[in-house]
Design a protein around this ligand. Structure first.
Ligand code: NAD
Length: 344
């Protein structure tokens, strides 16, 4: 049983904690919160021991929450730490707290790639995490692009060039101070956006350029991709590659999937925790092949797409399960779906 400590219990951290708790080969030994707010109370209600930073102990006690200990106590009792703190805090935590301990740490995509020895995506480079001390699960958009490209590459469809246009959600649903509210913001105005180079931290030889705008939406990101393939392939061959790949859901307009809102409604109807949709939601109707050109559109649920990747990264680091066994185990446990099939 791998003992997992989760530092940073926000949008990503709380989902990772629940996904880890759902596995039978790992358990959550504690979560670290900086504020004794409703999320801390939910964590306690879920049975997680709540830790905090040394200077926050009194604040927690005053709020009626007895912390289980400090960050160092949590690191000591964990076999591995998942750091899901905001951008750059993971690096600070590494320097201040983690480096003193001989424990592996998984960072998130808000950190620069050099915080870790390897950037990670289960489909693309599971084996590269084996035995590493510091691993970074790439961001939501990078995970989406890497999955789509890996689905093709793993199924013998060569990609010469990828050009991906990203409509980024302006904020997560809980973020009440972020925008835009009525705007479309080049994000950034320069090309490429950071996502292309980030994909190259995993798929090192891929020729990729990305451009991004932020839009007034909180539910999901939408990617529009143009891929130049190494040869001509039929549309069926391309669709088969996607259908065979875990964590990619082929959504049909004819089945009612006309927009990202309906993807989230589907997650709600399935009774998924927090209405999460960790799969890439690929609009089957958008998949168009013209000679060696492939066009497609897909949605990325930013709050959850990296969650199964973190679970697999734990097994990949310890080498407890091979790649496909881990992916299948994670997906079954989290009831993820591929091509219309939902795990019961
Ligand atoms: P968040 O703000 O929702 O949660 C971060 C949590 O960490 C908060 O609860 C915050 O209070 C806590 N925290 C702050 N400083 C801390 C410290 N010093 N020690 C411990 N905890 C601390 O952020 P998030 O959206 O969950 O993002 C976490 C990481 O995941 C970032 O690297 C982000 O880039 C990445 N990520 C976010 C998304 C997304 O869309 N939200 C998607 C993929 C990856």
């Amino acid at each position: 049983m791998i003992r997992v400590g989760v530092v940073g219990y926000g949008t990503i951290g709380k989902r990772i904690a629940d996904a880890v708790a759902a596995q039978d080969d790992m358990k959550v030994v504690g979560v670290l919160k900086t504020t004794p707010d409703y999320e801390a109370k939910v964590a306690l209600a879920r049975g997680y021991a709540v830790y905090t930073l040394p200077d926050k102990l009194d604040k927690f006690k005053k709020a009626g929450i007895e912390p289980a200990g400090t960050i160092e106590d949590l690191v000591k009792i964990s076999d591995i730490i998942i750091d899901a703190t905001p951008e750059d805090v993971g690096r600070e935590n590494k320097e201040r707290h983690y480096q003193r301990f001989d424990k592996p740490v998984i960072f998130q995509g808000g950190e620069e790639a050099d915080v870790a020895e390897v950037s990670f995506n289960a489909l693309a480079n599971y084996e590269e995490a084996r035995g590493r001390r510091y691993v970074r699960v790439v961001s939501c958009n990078t995970t989406g692009i890497t999955r789509v490209l890996s689905a093709l590459l793993l199924n013998g469809v060569g990609v010469k060039k990828a050009r991906v246009f990203i409509a980024r959600r302006g904020a997560d649903p809980k973020e009440h101070k972020k925008g835009p509210i009525n705007d479309v913001v080049p994000n950034p105005a320069t090309v490429p956006s950071h996502h292309g180079p980030d994909v190259q931290t995993i798929l090192r030889n891929i020729d990729i350029v990305t451009m991004a705008v932020a839009v007034p939406v909180t539910i999901m990101h939408m990617h529009m991709a143009y891929l130049e393939l190494d040869s001509t392939y039929t549309r069926d061959a391309v669709l088969e590659a996607f259908a065979k790949t875990p964590r990619i859901y082929l959504a049909d307009v004819g089945a009612g999937f006309q927009s990202l809102a309906q993807i989230i409604e589907y997650a709600r109807d399935l009774g998924r925790p927090r209405a999460d949709f960790p799969e890439v939601a690929l609009f089957r109707d958008s998949v168009t092949v013209r000679g060696n050109e492939l066009y497609l559109m897909y949605g990325v649920h930013q709050e959850s797409i990296v969650v199964p990747e973190n679970v697999d990264a734990i097994r990949a680091i310890f080498g407890t399960l091979p790649k496909w066994t881990s992916i299948e185990k994670t997906d079954k446990t989290l009831k993820l779906s591929t091509d219309g099939k939902v795990y019961a």
